[in-house]
Design a protein around this ligand. Sequence first.
Ligand code: ATP
Ligand code: MG
Length: 254
Amino acid sequence: MDASTPKIAVQDLSLAYGGTEVIHGITFDVRPNEILGIIGPARSGKTSLLRCLNRTIDFVAGTRVTGEIRIDGADIRAVRDVHALRRTIGMVAPLPVGLPLSIYDNVAFAPRCAGLTRRAELDPLVERCLRQAALWDEVKDRLDNLGTALSGGQQQRLTIARALSHQPEILCLDEFSIAIDPVTTMRIEDVLRELRREITIILVTNLTHQARRLTDRTMFLWNGRIIELDRSEVIFSDQPSRKETLEYVNGIFG
Ligand SMILES: Nc1ncnc2c1ncn2[C@@H]1O[C@H](COP(=O)(O)OP(=O)(O)OP(=O)(O)O)[C@@H](O)[C@H]1O
Ligand SMILES: [Mg+2]
């Protein structure tokens, strides 16, 4: 595999729930170590698209996925170990999903499931993930406290630490800042800028300014179709290729 191989290559992807198609034959690439933004109105298919990438869409009965998704060139439907695929892709949901466990155990949960049990291995991993999520300094003296007792912004950073604990190559964040304050949001944005040196990031956001600040390229998804995908400086300029993009970014619709 050479350096020009996309990290993710999506080819003619369609998704239907029951008989209703909600993603209509979309094709795009995600490049290694880029931050790709996905913007678009409610029900455009943003969350559904993320679910296709890690195949958690398989859990929803009655779905039909056609087309192809390749990660590092390999077709994700041909993978033998779907759990390994899901470990490759960290997911952060809009609201923190804490396990009713200590802060330490939240982060150690997935590594333990993968067979890592020695404290000598787990301790540095837990510390590294909490540092990467910019949470370590606030919790290092109370790792045994319940994760669910942290503030909303801290819990969201704990969710990011958990997503990093299985050392993903791709991190998807779905409107991660919907319930957190602007200061914490900025801290997490700094975290993402650091992380992109090591991993590839897909950022679903309805915050136009956030996409403009953080992303290399941005996809405008609308009703399950890509209206435009380009460098973010083009998407957020006064001259994107499509009139719909200009209108959406400027809040004229959506
Ligand atoms: N489990 C499901 N069963 C049936 N339809 C679904 C399911 N999940 C999503 N949909 C439908 O798929 C379409 C896309 O929804 P999706 O949640 O992917 O959009 P979204 O862009 O993430 O929206 P939002 O900005 O509100 O989060 C919508 O019409 C939605 O009703
Ligand atoms: Mg969504």
